[in-house]
Design a protein around this ligand. Structure first.
Ligand SMILES: C[S@@+](CC[C@H](N)C(=O)[O-])C[C@H]1O[C@@H](n2cnc3c(N)ncnc32)[C@H](O)[C@@H]1O
Length: 243
């Protein structure tokens, strides 16, 4: 496995150090092909969470947006109309994750697929510019669900409906990218400690976590999205250090 360190908080930022032998070392149990990038308090893995998750130590809370299992497309043309999300053909990945987790978790999902067993369901109202679907039907599908399970969530007692505008296509780097504000609102109520996102996509959960001073572990299987996540989380760390 390759390990790179970025943005040491005490030494300023350094570029990703591909090929510098002193920064590369194997971590016991982690598959050889996995790349591991350390950015301040965030540890990011490029690889398959099915293989990496069992090698990780204890985490305190999982906050994730797994492939929903509904072969998502936007249906409205444009850059993301024909996108494909790895593992999105069915709910197998989500269901596997639910079956192996023993810590509290928060998971996004679609109202179009069966819910996982959970303690509570929140509704994410995605705002004005979303919800194309069947244009002849007089209600538009402009919400998604957020499943909560486990104990230790705390904070002010707020509505189960979270109104946060989804990012417009033009502002997104991942076809199903979530707004950072939405993840911040969720992480704020999570039990203390390390947050894990095994399906991190472009790293939105990680950005919110590092902005809030939380330790973060992220895993992403697609190289393109992994690289975007590294950059976004690196940028978030820089911002945090500025203030
Ligand atoms: C719904 S997207 C997450 C988007 C993310 N919330 C964001 O804001 O960018 C799910 C991600 O899981 C990744 N994925 C699918 N199967 C995976 C696996 N076995 N291990 C790790 N990542 C996987 C996909 O490539 C996709 O980027």
């Amino acid at each position: 496995m390759k390990t790179h360190t970025r943005g040491n908080p005490t030494h300023g930022l350094s570029k990703i150090s591909k090929g510098i032998p002193s920064l590369l070392h194997a971590v016991a149990g982690v598959p050889e092909m996995t790349e591991r990038v350390v950015i301040g308090d965030a540890v990011l893995y490029h690889g398959d969470c099915l293989e990496i998750l069992p090698t990780l130590g204890r985490v305190d809370c999982v906050v994730t947006d797994p492939p929903y299992g509904c072969s998502a497309t936007t249906g409205r043309g444009g850059a993301y109309d024909k996108f494909e999300i790895a593992g999105d053909k069915d709910t197998g990945l989500r269901d596997w994750l639910v079956s192996v987790l023993s810590c509290p978790w928060i998971m996004f999902g679609s109202p179009r697929i069966p819910r996982p067993p959970c303690k509570a369901v929140l509704v994410w109202n995605k705002g004005e510019h979303t919800g194309m679907g069947d244009l002849s039907f007089p209600w538009k599908p402009d919400f998604e669900e957020i499943y909560i399970n486990g104990d230790g969530f705390a904070g002010p007692r707020t509505s189960s409906v979270l109104a946060v505008n989804a990012r417009k296509d033009s502002g997104r780097e991942h076809p199903t990218e979530k707004p950072v504000h939405l993840l911040s609102a969720l992480i704020r109520k999570c039990p203390p400690g390390t947050i894990l996102d095994p399906f991190m996509g472009s790293g939105t959960t990680g950005v919110a976590a590092v902005q809030m001073g939380r330790k973060f572990i992220g895993i992403e299987i697609e190289r393109k999205y992994f690289d975007i996540a590294c950059r976004r989380i690196d940028d978030a760390q820089k911002q945090v250090r500025l203030f």
